[in-house]
Design a protein around this ligand. Structure first.
Ligand SMILES: Nc1ncnc2c1ncn2[C@@H]1O[C@H](COP(=O)(O)OP(=O)(O)O)[C@@H](O)[C@H]1O
Ligand SMILES: [Mg+2]
Length: 268
């Protein structure tokens, strides 16, 4: 859908596509087979905010991120990053995929994984210098992994692997961070370490978007929320968009009674 069609449909002014939103998606439809798994989704991410993407399993959350990054080809839709196309902005985006989707048997040292974050600046054949090694070390330290640089990535725990992938994203020095379930299967100490770093990034004016599955921490971790179940089900600041009716619409019968009651209480 073009911005003009949006105006016609809503009778409202459409958000400016060429504005400087860190990530703006318009009319995104993605299909792996006959059935769209993401249908006509619009999303506008707020600069300097932490946004949670939430929705049930199979809702298309990972697919939406991958389509935004050009990893999967959408049937239709437009993506702008800081008001420009992906080609111009790719090196301003850091992506931390869902941990389960990475092949951990691949023999790679932790420091080399983080060094990959610097390839955009180095060029593939650029010479690795002391300053690059220092930067890798500093990024590992920021996630509490400074003593693990020489380990094989496959030998680390799930939480440690996740920290290393965050360190790689930090090394990149990106302005927009897209993370797919960064807290899935990690220990409590890692969850705290990761959320602290993400909040620091946010406070530095960076933009963080994370697929998030734990409804009980949405309020304390995130500023904004984007609800999806194949279609967009809601979007906005947590206090406005993270409501029990919106969650019931998004999750349908899959939201347990107890969860709804707790969220209603949290909402005050
Ligand atoms: N590579 C793929 N090929 C075919 N179907 C896929 C593929 N990836 C995901 N799907 C399907 O698309 C739907 C959305 O998947 P996904 O985006 O991973 O959802 P979520 O991240 O919200 O759990 C699911 O039904 C899933 O089975
Ligand atoms: Mg997913």
């Amino acid at each position: 859908m073009s911005p003009l069609e949006l105006v016609a449909e809503n009778g409202l002014r459409a958000p400016d596509l060429t504005g400087d939103s860190p990530l703006a998606i318009r009319g995104m439809t993605v299909s792996y087979g006959d059935q769209p798994v993401v249908y006509s989704v619009d999303m506008t991410v707020r600069q300097g905010a932490m946004t949670a993407i939430i929705g049930p399993n199979g809702a298309g959350k990972s697919t939406l991120l991958k389509a935004a990054l050009g990893i999967v080809a959408p049937l239709s839709g437009q993506v702008t990053v800081f008001g420009q196309g992906l080609d111009a902005t790719r090196n301003r985006i850091a992506y931390v995929p869902q941990r389960a989707s990475v092949d951990w048997d691949f023999p790679t040292r932790v420091s080399d994984v983080v060094m990959m974050g610097l390839y955009g600046q180095l060029g593939l054949l650029g010479r690795v210098r002391g300053l690059h090694r220092d930067r890798v070390q500093a990024c590992l330290a920021r996630v509490g992994m400074q003593d693990f640089g020489d380990r094989q990535i496959g030998q680390l725990s799930g939480g440690q692997q996740q920290r290393v992938f965050l360190a790689r994203a930090l090394a990149q020095g990106a302005d927009l961070y897209l993370l797919d379930e960064p807290f899935a299967g990690v220990d409590a100490a890692t969850e705290r370490a990761i959320i602290n770093v993400l909040h620091e990034l946010r406070d530095e004016g960076k933009t963080v978007v994370a697929v998030h599955h734990d409804l009980s921490t949405v309020r304390s971790y995130f500023d904004d929320v984007f609800l999806i179940n194949r279609r967009k089900m809601g979007e906005g600041p947590v206090e406005q968009a993270f409501t029990v009716p919106a969650l019931q619409a998004t999750y349908g019968g899959r939201l347990a009674e107890g969860q709804v009651a707790q969220l209603a209480l949290d909402a005050g």
